[in-house]
Design a binder for this molecule. Sequence first.
Ligand SMILES: Nc1ncnc2c1ncn2[C@@H]1O[C@H](COP(=O)(O)OP(=O)(O)OP(=O)(O)O)[C@@H](O)[C@H]1O
Ligand SMILES: [Mg+2]
Length: 456
Amino acid sequence: MAGGTQILFVDDESALRTLTAERLGDRGFEVIQAENGETALQLLEQCAFDVVITDLRLPGVDGARVIETALERYPGIIGIVVTGYGTVKDAVDAIKRGAADFIAKPFQFDELMHVLDKALEQRRLKSENAYLRSQLEDRYQFGGILGHSRPMQKLFQLLETVAGSNSTILVTGETGTGKEVVARAIHHNSPRRGYRFVALNCSAIPETLLEAELFGHVRGAFTGAVGARQGRFEQAHKGTLFLDEVGTMSAALQMKLLRALQEREFERVGDSQTIKVDVRVIAATNSDLAKMVSEGTFREDLYYRLNVIPVEIPPLRERRDDIPPLVRHFLERFAPGTPMHLSQGAMRSMMAHQWPGNVRQLENAIERAVALSAGRHEIDVPDLPPELQTAPPSAVTSFVDFPENGLDLPAYLTSVERHLIQRSLERTNGNRNRAAELLRIKRTTLVEKLKRLGPD
Ligand SMILES: Nc1ncnc2c1ncn2[C@@H]1O[C@H](COP(=O)(O)OP(=O)(O)OP(=O)(O)O)[C@@H](O)[C@H]1O
Ligand SMILES: [Mg+2]
């Protein structure tokens, strides 16, 4: 629980401060000390702490100001105030303004730990609730398709607009981007939802049988056609027909499909009776139909019939903000009810990967990692598939999200710097010379930075 938690501890009594900081350090917290309010404010300027513990009575800038500044700057921060004789009223005021708790001086270390643990636990529950709430928010999904990124948000808007119409839709996107889930979501958000969604993968059926599959056949229409059968067009009457991999059809069949789309009528194989249907068609492909048209392998008129409303799903590598929510989504799917998460390193690899197999590949990676984690709650790099185990060095810069309401650039850069410095020291077992080498900076610069950022 304490791991990685950074505490700013402010007190002008140096003996008490040092001792408490040391004991918190023993419990695994990273503690930075400040002996007065001014220093505390400076430190708050530089780093995002998880917790600020401050004496209320300080010479100069007092503890109430420190807490107030901290809360204003970092709304998620935990403020704990320490009161001495005659400052209880101030403590109550601090709590009214958002401090988590207070503790009276003189205190036992265990009392402080109790207050701290309680506040951390509360914060954890709060962020968990926020997460659960965000899961319920429709904004980030459309019929079970998850999407936080801007391109997906735009896609949802388009889907909402077109779902209600009867227009034919052509869904394009690389393998695993979610073409089928999009088609289903359109159906379930359309007035046709009470009728069937019928899917047919055109590339999975031999050409000779595909026509019968689409339009049905009468008894004896071809060898093996023992009885009459409905085709998918008929099955989808009043509903939606999803034609997957539509780019693989023969020229003859392309023509028959064109007629069915134009007239909404066709004949079963071996029959002369015309059947009329009311079907909405959604087609999908991961081949470049426009190129096939120019090469003469796909009918131009059919292309325009299908492509009335083009819906293009961007590859996952072009919407990396979707990776963390998708990871959470699949962790919950494959380890329901368990508080699973990815280590920082594992998440870094996920963010840096190119994902040629898109969401399906990510889904498989998480399923595999959950299986390999054997009851551990943290998935680490070795649990990931081999192709994810080496992240390119430029990874860090390529996935920094720009949050909707902006960010505090100096604080953000400081936290990145602090993080990288800490990692360089971990890598070199605390050897500052080698850490400086790894960071391509002078040792003196490193020492300066460490001083500015607080002790390592
Ligand atoms: N945005 C998303 N949110 C949640 N799950 C998704 C999303 N996109 C894809 N998936 C999941 O990824 C998997 C692949 O999706 P789907 O089968 O729709 O891809 P596809 O584009 O049809 O791929 P292919 O071209 O290989 O047929 C499915 O298990 C689907 O549930
Ligand atoms: Mg598919």
